[in-house]
Design a protein around this ligand. Structure first.
Ligand SMILES: C=C1C[C@]23C[C@@]1(O)CC[C@H]2[C@@]12CC[C@H](O)[C@@](C)(C(=O)O1)[C@H]2[C@@H]3C(=O)O
Ligand SMILES: O=C(O)CCC(=O)C(=O)O
Ligand SMILES: [Fe+2]
Length: 309
């Protein structure tokens, strides 16, 4: 498997006093978003101590008994494991995840009913998660601002539709899978959001499609990975690319990652910013429910191609 070095962007450039440095950094973000759909950022402003704390809470959470994760109502019933809809191995994801709507993180009922003995763990988890999500939201907003301004729009318009409460944090755990090197940790997919920020551990396994070939991403502990999602591809009328990616399971080591999904509210209408538009207008709610139907019917997501004009 070919290993690639994703475009590496030093975000200190965006805060530079030198106008040319700011422009060069913004241009690098936009170029990577159209040529790769993926890039990594360093000096992103997220405290490494906070990332470490978040990871340690994440592994404590996954170590809970299976029954508590599945039916304890924990984190708003956001726990998922495997692929309930899979009808063959290629539709199976060898992983578990908490896909947490950030609107629900501060609700006391996101702790679940039967968790009196776990209150302490969950309280500490919640505090770290709220702080982590706020830091990711700020970074996501900065990156999205650069991408919308590049196409002649104001970052303010965008901030109005992508509030933190409509975004998601997904905690992924990929257990070691001794049976086969061909098992997916997460099946090939594109993300259904505007953009995703990913923090991964040192194990590796993430691969993305580049020039019609799968390439592996080399983990870099100082960097966060950013990828464009379907909504930015539709909004930009295909200037920014939502690129297919997957995770391959590791035979010996478990792996963890955390993804922040920058999403609008379900009623937000997504149209292209350029004419002639390549996609019909749709709301994010419509998009999500189409995907759920597709996954139920075919076992996989079709996504954007079903909205193409
Ligand atoms: C079975 C599936 C659920 C999923 C779409 C997919 O076909 C494959 C990957 C899943 C995923 C992972 C990232 C995001 O959480 C997500 C919303 C997405 O776009 O792809 C989910 C999809 C989902 O949960 O609906
Ligand atoms: O774990 C990873 O590296 C990727 C996770 C991912 O693609 C996702 O959660 O959408
Ligand atoms: Fe993804």
């Amino acid at each position: 498997m070919e290993e690639c070095q994703l475009p590496l962007i030093d975000l200190r450039g965006l805060g530079s006093r030198d106008e040319r440095e700011r422009a060069a950094c913004a241009a690098a973000i936009c170029r990577a978003s159209s040529e790769w759909g993926f890039f990594q950022v360093v000096n992103h402003g997220i405290n490494p101590g906070l990332v470490r704390k978040m990871r340690s809470e994440q592994s404590r959470l996954f170590r809970l008994p299976f029954d508590d994760k599945v039916s304890g109502g924990l984190l708003n019933n956001s726990y998922r494991w495997g692929t309930p809809t899979a009808t063959c191995p290629k539709q199976l994801s060898w992983s578990e995840a908490f896909h947490v709507p950030l609107s629900k993180v501060s609700h006391k009922d996101c702790y679940g009913d039967n968790f009196t003995s776990l209150r302490c763990l969950l309280q500490s988890y919640r505090e770290v998660m709220v702080e982590f999500a706020a830091a990711m939201a700020e970074l996501a907003g900065t990156l999205a601002g650069v991408l919308v301004e590049n196409l002649g729009h104001s970052r303010g318009d965008f901030e109005d539709i992508c509030q933190e409460s409509s975004c998601f944090l997904r905690l992924n755990r990929y257990p070691a899978c001794p049976t086969s090197p061909e098992v997916f940790g997460l099946v090939p997919h594109t993300d259904s959001d505007f953009l995703t920020i990913l923090s991964q551990d040192e194990v590796g396994g993430l691969q993305l499609m580049k020039d019609s070939r799968w390439v592996a991403v080399k983990p870099n502990q100082d960097a966060l990975i950013v990828n464009i999602g379907d909504l930015f591809q539709a909004w930009s009328n295909d200037i920014y690319k939502s690129v297919e990616h997957k995770v391959m399971a590791n035979a010996k080591m478990e792996r963890y990652s955390i993804a922040y999904f920058l999403c609008p509210s379900y009623e937000t209408s997504i149209g292209s910013c350029r004419e002639p538009s390549k996609y019909r207008k749709f709301t994010f709610g419509e998009y999500r429910s189409q995907i759920q139907e597709q996954v139920k019917k075919y076992g996989y997501k079709i996504g954007l191609p079903s909205f193409r004009l």
